[in-house]
Write a protein of this length. Structure first.
Length: 245
């Protein structure tokens, strides 16, 4: 019965994908991936990752067609970036949302996006004061490591305090204000995603144990859901494991 349910879930995802219902396709295929992974059903996984990649690629592209806003930043410790206000103003697009020494506003924007099924990408980010009386924006890969407090630091000190593989930008490094999505903005945002997922992808590539390799590619996708190489390599590893059975 579980195998029948799994294959039905895969078929549902494919139907959504063909109908260009990309968020629904991703949900169905993601649920199937979780189930197949828990069962170590490598044959299903090998066939599932490519349509899942396509659903996520299309989702990313739809986000890129909206408004790009990479400076939704808290100004100080008393300034709260309201996630629902962000969603109301930017229901489709690519955003960088940063609280004061906190990625909680960005996390909440992501949660609301998932609840409302919006084509909206949001970087996990936090603003930090620096010793030179300027600010830095830290883009965080994942939220499974606590963030440092807001005491002023140098860039080097902040780099050490942040979770591994975080990216640090000065405010002037990012475009100001809202922009309509274009090929130029899409390339700029994709460059940030690639910088963010690159070390996780490299760690997976260097792993020799196939199960551990798959775990690390899945973690790469947690960092960047639309990392195409991670999906492709997951499919290849799963295919090899299925043939060994």
């Amino acid at each position: 019965m579980m195998a029948i349910d799994l294959q039905s879930q895969c078929e549902l995802g494919q139907q959504h994908l063909m109908a260009m219902r990309y968020l629904e396709a991703e949900k169905a295929l993601s649920a199937a991936e979780e189930q197949a992974w828990s069962q170590h059903d490598f044959d299903t996984l090998a066939r599932l990752y490519m349509p899942l990649q396509e659903a996520r690629r299309q989702r990313r592209q739809r986000c890129g067609e909206g408004i790009v806003r990479l400076d939704l930043l808290a100004e100080n410790a008393l300034d709260f970036v309201d996630p629902r206000h962000v969603i109301e103003n930017y229901p489709q697009g690519q955003l960088l949302v940063a609280g004061w020494a906190s990625a909680e506003p960005a996390r909440l924007v992501r949660a609301i996006q998932a609840e409302l099924d919006l084509y909206l990408d949001t970087f996990l980010a936090a603003v930090y004061p620096l010793k030179d009386d300027t600010r830095a924006i830290a883009v965080i890969p994942l939220l499974d490591v606590p963030l440092p407090d807001a005491q002023p630091r140098s860039i080097a000190e902040l780099t050490t305090a942040l979770p591994p593989h975080s990216l640090i930008f000065r405010p002037d490094d990012l475009p100001a204000g809202a922009q309509k999505g274009s090929s130029q903005t899409y390339g700029m945002v994709m460059n940030i995603w690639e910088q963010l997922h690159a070390p996780f992808l490299a760690a997976a590539d260097s792993q020799t144990d196939p199960i551990r390799k798959m775990e690390l590619y899945r973690r790469t996708i947690q960092v960047d859901y639309a990392c195409e190489l991670a999906h492709q390599k997951l499919s290849d590893v799963a295919k090899n494991l299925a043939h060994e059975k």
